[in-house]
Design a binder for this molecule. Structure first.
Ligand code: 5GP
Length: 190
């Protein structure tokens, strides 16, 4: 998606070689008109898949998922990062290793919101090693729901997540795929 690539070139900041900061338009301050274009693009790609729920992970996926959901006319569920040791109640749970902090945490979704008859589209801001998507995929599988695919804003294609998730047979559509990046040369797209 040309618009997103241009924005990354203009406003993205590379940190430590493998982290792209997009705080000025995606992860902190949010450019909602850009989100709308992103949502329309996801709708173009997945519009004929009969999506009934969009599933994302807190916190940075929520804004994009909500704007996207307006184009699908369906609800958004965000998997919550569980803060207590005991996971109680009627929830599906899985584990995610944080790319940015390295810690492993549990994510949960209430069973009442993810049903076997649901057709689920996953939405997230970044795809790096694939742990966040793997965690979300497990929640969908545990619910017995149908996974339609994953819509990602920025895939760092030089990291293994994209190959990992696609080799599981999941359709992954990334709007910007980064082939390489460095503080010296900037970002190169696939
Ligand atoms: P993964 O689980 O695929 O390794 O990483 C995906 C998650 O880590 C995303 O939900 C995102 O929040 C975060 N993430 C991974 N790489 C980056 C990055 O380069 N920049 C930012 N801002 N977040 C990232």
């Amino acid at each position: 998606m040309e618009l997103l690539e241009e924005r990354i070139r203009r406003d993205g900041k590379i940190r430590g070689g493998d982290v792209l900061k997009v705080d000025s338009f995606l992860n902190h301050q949010m450019d909602v008109s850009l989100f709308a274009e992103i949502g329309k693009e996801f709708r173009r790609l997945f519009g004929d898949c009969g999506v009934t729920k969009i599933l994302t992970i807190e916190a940075s996926g929520i804004g994009i998922a909500c704007v996207t959901a307006q184009f699908f006319g369906c609800p958004v569920i965000f998997a919550k990062k569980n803060k207590t040791k005991n996971i109680a109640g009627d929830v599906y749970t899985s584990k995610v290793e944080s790319f940015t902090h390295g810690k492993v945490y549990d994510i949960i979704v209430a069973r009442e919101f993810l049903r076997p008859e649901d057709r689920v589209l996953l939405i997230d801001d970044f795809l790096a090693n694939g742990s966040a998507l793997q965690g979300l995929i497990k929640l969908v599988e545990d619910a017995g729901a149908t996974l339609v695919g994953a819509g990602i804003c920025v895939e760092k294609a030089f990291q293994p997540g994209g190959d990992r998730i696609r080799s599981m047979g999941v359709r992954v559509e990334s709007l910007a795929r980064i082939k390489s990046m460095s503080e010296e040369t900037g970002v190169e797209f696939c």
